[in-house]
Design a protein around this ligand. Structure first.
Ligand code: DGP
Length: 115
């Protein structure tokens, strides 16, 4: 309840929000790693991809997945292409314990995994 993204959802912290619907919120990452770096989060309090995929309802899962696709489409990233990333747990280097999908775009990306 007290993590940064939960607080952004409650509008206790500011964010550059680009999209919101019943199931999801999308906003700019505070420390962008690409020309466009957005985060898409579900509105429900799910700590990770694992938690979300195990506990969320069909409607929440469908709504969230559709929101990620919608945000990328609206950002004009379909034709050039983009990258999605969901860091999960310790080895995944997840820092904020509210599920978030990183959406990267705006340049050619290279090899998948960089330390
Ligand atoms: P991860 O390592 O996958 O948990 O990524 C967390 C991301 O969250 C990281 O790219 C930076 C971003 N971030 C951290 N604090 C804030 C914040 O207060 N606002 C926004 N917009 N992004 C944040």
């Amino acid at each position: 309840d007290t993590n940064i993204f939960a607080r952004i959802l409650r509008r206790e912290l500011p964010a550059r929000i680009v999209y919101e619907d019943e199931h999801a919120l999308a906003f700019h990452d505070i420390n962008p790693q690409a020309p466009l770096h957005l985060l898409v989060i579900p509105k429900g309090a799910y700590v990770s991809w694992d938690d979300f995929s195990a506990r969320a309802s069909e409607a929440e899962i469908a709504g969230f997945v559709r929101a990620v696709g919608h945000v990328a489409r609206e950002a004009g990233l379909v034709a050039p292409g983009y990258r999605l990333l969901a860091n999960t747990g310790g080895h995944g280097h997840q820092e904020v314990p509210h599920l978030h999908v990183h959406l990267f775009g705006g340049r050619q990306f290279g090899a998948m995994l960089v330390d």
